[in-house]
Design a protein around this ligand. Structure first.
Ligand code: 0O2
Length: 201
């Protein structure tokens, strides 16, 4: 069985690295401007073959490079983790200013948290490149999903993700309610931390 990414695996790595480099340059410029980093850390991945195939099956899409690179838009995923709420919106505005990149979808799950308590800022970025894309276009377009969140939101999402895949958990309903309560408490802590930072600066 060939790769679900066809001949584009290297291009995906290339685009991922290019966007990560831009974000790190932003972090550097913020640090030299006022000593504040702009964000804490970043992680990036090309979705594994297995996860991408699973997602295609879940969405009833054929397991093809076109599904993986054009219909679904999260083959490249970048997560930016910030210390403070305001930093999230700073990162969003930086991304908005990038040349050859267009935000084609934007979801603020911070102002509008998901019912389970999930919070994060999601962007889908269309990146123009001189390389050929899966539709045969040159310059080509590749998509990147960017999630921007605070350390608290990231911690919560990691734990919730783990529990999601645990089978046979007793008191499922209680656990869901408890997770939601923790998410709301963490959101309140994020607000307090932002206030403290505002007062200090
Ligand atoms: P993975 O393995 O993290 O990549 P879709 O992208 O099709 O699933 P939608 O509604 O367009 O659907 O995307 P959405 O809601 O913006 O979420 C996309 C990603 O956000 C998910 O990717 C998760 O990484 C993360 N996410 C969204 N909701 C939750 C949540 O309730 N809990 C946690 N822990 N993460 C969430 P994938 O593809 O599901 O998984």
């Amino acid at each position: 069985m060939g790769s679900i990414y066809g001949e584009y695996k290297t291009t995906l790595e290339h685009i991922k690295n290019e966007i990560v480099e831009k974000l790190l340059a932003y972090q550097d410029s913020m640090t030299s401007e006022d000593g504040e980093k702009g964000f804490e850390h970043i992680s990036a991945r090309v979705k594994s073959e297995e996860s991408m195939r699973d997602k295609c099956i879940r969405k009833e899409l054929p397991e093809t490079p076109e599904s993986a690179l054009f219909v679904l838009k999260d083959a490249i995923g970048i997560r930016v983790v910030c210390s403070f709420l305001d930093d999230i919106y700073g990162v969003v505005e930086y991304i908005r200013s990038l040349v050859n990149c267009e935000i084609i979808d934007e979801k603020d799950y911070i102002k509008h948290a998901k019912p389970n308590g999930y919070r994060s800022y999601h962007l889908i970025l269309a990146v123009k490149t001189e390389r050929r894309d899966v539709k045969g276009n040159v310059p080509g377009t590749f998509f990147v999903e960017i999630q921007i969140r605070t350390i608290a939101m990231d911690t919560w999402a990691a734990l919730e993700h783990k529990l999601k895949y645990k089978k046979d958990i007793p008191n499922q309903e209680l656990l869901v309610a408890e997770l939601k309560r923790v998410a709301d408490e963490l959101a309140s802590c994020d607000l307090s931390m932002q206030t403290i930072r505002d007062i200090i600066s």
